[in-house]
Design a protein around this ligand. Sequence first.
Ligand SMILES: [Zn+2]
Ligand SMILES: [Zn+2]
Length: 202
Amino acid sequence: MKTAMSHEVSEVSVAHFLLKSRGEILMDKNLWDKCVAFHGHECPGLAIGFKACEAARDKLGIDFSKDEEIVCVTENDACGVDAIQVITGCTIGKGNLIYRGTGKHAFTFFRRDTGEKLRIVFKPDSVSKDLSREERKQAILKSPVEKLFDFKNPTFDLPEKARIFNTLICSKCGEGASEHKMRIMEGEPVCLDCFDEYLRGW
Ligand SMILES: [Zn+2]
Ligand SMILES: [Zn+2]
């Protein structure tokens, strides 16, 4: 028989971000620790990514993606993206984390199996700017996702699956690169480093 309530909570919470117990919101400490270990430090930005994942799970039923069944389009390259990689398994290496650099704290999740999609946009005013860095992090982690984010329909579509390309050898430096990244110069294939850009406004 279990004696300590906190023990029961920590066991159950392995699979969940939050549990509501006696009206209190409890965070999955194990999962947060995993994110911190990967990212290197605790910060408000990491907390935003952590909560975006919680929202993605609540609204789209998203769990860990072993292949490309879930795709995340991130609109920033800030701290929060590291929590997304740890929790959802959307990573640069697997090709299911796409960078779309608008500089917004927005993350869009797509499910290839159901076709569902959701753009999760952080509301800058949802947490007071007068708080210290530590207080801001705590406030984000304790807030309900509805307070932190707007939920929108993305205007862009699900990117195609990651393709595998042939490698071509650059005629200048001799390094190999994917053929879709190569250019032609004086009739020979060259890499982007060796290519002389010709830009005259057209
Ligand atoms: Zn950080
Ligand atoms: Zn080259």
